[in-house]
Structure formats: C-alpha cells, structure tokens
Ligand binder design. Structure first.
Ligand SMILES: Cc1cc2nc3c(=O)[nH]c(=O)nc-3n(C[C@H](O)[C@H](O)[C@H](O)COP(=O)(O)OP(=O)(O)OC[C@H]3O[C@@H](n4cnc5c(N)ncnc54)[C@H](O)[C@@H]3O)c2cc1C
Length: 301
C-alpha cells in the first residue's frame, strides 16, 4: 500500500512525528518492533507532566491517541529493508510485505552494548544506569560508582559526584591525568584500580561489587556510558550519511531533520551523539513531522 509517509519506529520520536502528520490529515504507516530503549527502566523521569511514569504506559497512551486518527496505521512489525524506486521510498517488512511512501522517517533508536560483567545486564535501567538526570536523584547521597568505558567516563565521574560520594573504577584502563586528578580530589572522587568481577544485591538492586582480589565494596548504583549502535541497518542501506561520536554512529540530519538522502528524515536518539532523552526525541519527532508535512504540501524536500 502507498502512504504519504512511513515511519520506522513507533516510540517517543516516531509517534510524536506521526501525530503531527495525522493532524495534517496525511496518511501514515508506523512500523514498530516494540523495543524502546528505556524498556529496562520501571520509571521515566524528567519529561514534562510525566515524571515517574512507566515508559510502557507512556507509549501505550501515545499509540492509542495516534492510532485513533483515521489516516494512521500502526503495525507491530520489523522493517527489514528500505530503498528508493523512482520517486517512491519502499520499505520491506520482515514478513516480505512491501509498502511505499513519498517520505520516510527513520526513528528506530539505538541499542546499548553493555559491558560483560556478571550481574550487570540484569540490573540495567535499575541500579546500573547511564543518565544522572533520568535516574540519579533516586540514588542521592548513596554510594555511587562510575565504570571507565571510554575517555568520556572521567567527565561522567565528575558529573555524577554532584549526586553523591563517587568511586571511579578504572576497569583495566589508564588513570586520569594530573589535571583531571586534581578535579577528582576537589570533588572527593576515589579511584579503584581493582576490576569489578560481579555486581551483587537482591533482585535488580545493588548492594556491593565483588572485586578481582575477592574483596567487596559497598555500592548502590553503577553508572556506565556504553557504546551504542543504530538498531536497524536501514540508514546505511538507503545511503544516509553517518557521523561518528565517542559512543558510536548517529545519522546526520539538517535543521529540518532531513538526512543526506532527499525525502528521508530521521529523529530521536539515532540523530544525536549524546544527550539522549525522551524530551529531545519527542521534540525531534515534532520537528520531523512538521518538516515532512511542509515538504509534502509545497513539493520540495
Ligand atoms: C535504561 C534507560 C533509561 C532511560 N531513562 C530515561 C528517563 O528516565 N528519561 C528520559 O528522558 N530518557 C530516558 N532514557 C532515554 C530514552 O530511552 C531515549 O532517549 C528514547 O527512548 C529515545 O526515543 P526514540 O524514539 O528515539 O527511540 P526508542 O525509544 O529506542 O524507540 C525506537 C523504536 O523503534 C523500534 N525499531 C527498531 N528497529 C526497528 C525496525 N527495523 N522496524 C520497526 N521498528 C523498529 C524499536 O523497537 C523501538 O520501539 C533512558 C534510556 C535508557 C537506556
């Protein structure tokens, strides 16, 4: 079937774009695999009027509201491939069905590569976290740790110490230089050179970490800044220019959220090297929705 726009990814960015296009009375297909990045967290924090809501509840409400518009179709599926055929943008689903559109919005999010440490993956989004603005408040003045995974981790430790006493785990890497060390000392950040062997605690909570020499250290939350990859290969397949950042690739877009491929737009985490939040993803989606509508209405990309 042919649509004005196809949106790959029906989460914060994709559904925010869809509602603007729906209200502009355009036909929209939203394809969603149902795995938003923050699905590991019980609560989402910091989004206007939704502080503490569950990510799943926010998306369920948005899907209901967006899906109520008669020109919107939401499909629970995975887009496997996309390509251009003359002026049309084609999308193939994993089941082989092919749909076409005049504009395509990529909003499929990023995935995190978690360090392979025993007990870490099952605590992701609960007591192993990445964003202090999202989840740091709940651990105020408790025992905090930052695991060194990249050069950015040292800056992360300086920031995290705003929330409570912080231990910086070298994780087999080099220690900070003298200038950073001075800042660590000013902020009371301690450095731990022994590697973490395991995270331990009841359920998804953390009570302590087990170190390489068998000793234990009390810890309530471990912050990490993991590498990320684009959840779908479709951006590369269709020829979008990518940027490389310290955490992985992102899709290059202009101010109107258009990629380097005319008619193909991108929004949300996939377009940013960092600063990933629900608020920014949603705002991006709104911008993309407006831009797509105007390009459909006035004939230019
Ligand atoms: C553990 C954790 C906790 C977080 N907590 C907060 C918080 O408290 N507050 C906050 O503001 N931010 C938080 N974030 C950040 C927030 O999750 C992201 O910024 C936000 O989800 C980005 O929205 P998005 O729409 O760009 O991508 P996503 O929410 O990741 O959605 C992408 C959607 O596209 C779908 N998809 C992927 N590939 C395909 C495909 N090929 N075909 C069809 N669909 C596809 C996915 O299944 C998913 O549904 C957190 C992140 C993490 C990892």
């Amino acid at each position: 079937m042919h649509y004005d726009a196809i949106i790959i990814g029906g989460s914060f960015a994709g559904l925010s774009a869809a509602i603007y296009l729906a209200r502009a009375r355009r036909s929209v297909l939203v394809i969603d695999a149902g795995k938003p990045r923050n699905r590991f967290a019980a609560q989402s924090h910091g989004f206007f009027a939704q502080d503490g809501s569950s990510p799943a509840a926010m998306i369920t409400t948005a899907r209901k509201q967006v899906g109520a518009y008669p020109t919107v179709t939401i499909m629970d599926s995975v887009a496997g491939d996309a390509w251009k055929e003359d002026d049309r943008l084609m999308v193939a689903l994993e089941d082989g069905a092919v749909h076409s559109s005049d504009r395509l919005l990529l909003a499929f999010g990023v995935s995190d590569v978690l360090p392979e440490i025993a007990g870490l993956a099952e605590r992701w989004g609960q007591s192993v976290i990445h964003c202090p603005y999202c989840h740091g408040y709940e651990f105020s003045e408790r025992q905090l740790g930052v695991l060194q995974l990249s050069p950015v981790s040292q800056h992360q430790a300086l920031l995290i110490s705003e929330w409570g006493p912080t231990t910086f785990f070298l994780n087999g890497g080099a220690g900070p230089d003298d200038a950073v060390l001075e800042q660590f000392q000013k902020r009371g950040i301690t450095i731990e050179s022994r590697s973490i062997e395991a995270l331990v605690g009841p359920g998804a909570d953390l009570s302590h970490v087990q170190l390489s020499d068998g000793a234990t250290l009390a810890l309530d939350a471990l912050f990490i800044g993991p590498q990320q990859y684009l959840t779908s290969a479709i951006a590369e397949q269709i020829g979008c220019k990518l940027n490389e950042g310290p955490f992985g690739p992102s899709i290059a877009v202009d101010d109107m959220k258009m990629t380097s491929v005319p008619g193909v737009y991108a929004a949300g985490d996939i377009t940013k090297g960092g600063g990933h939040t629900v608020t920014f993803a949603s705002a991006d989606g709104v911008m993309a929705g407006l831009a797509i509508h105007r390009s459909l209405a006035f004939g230019a990309f």
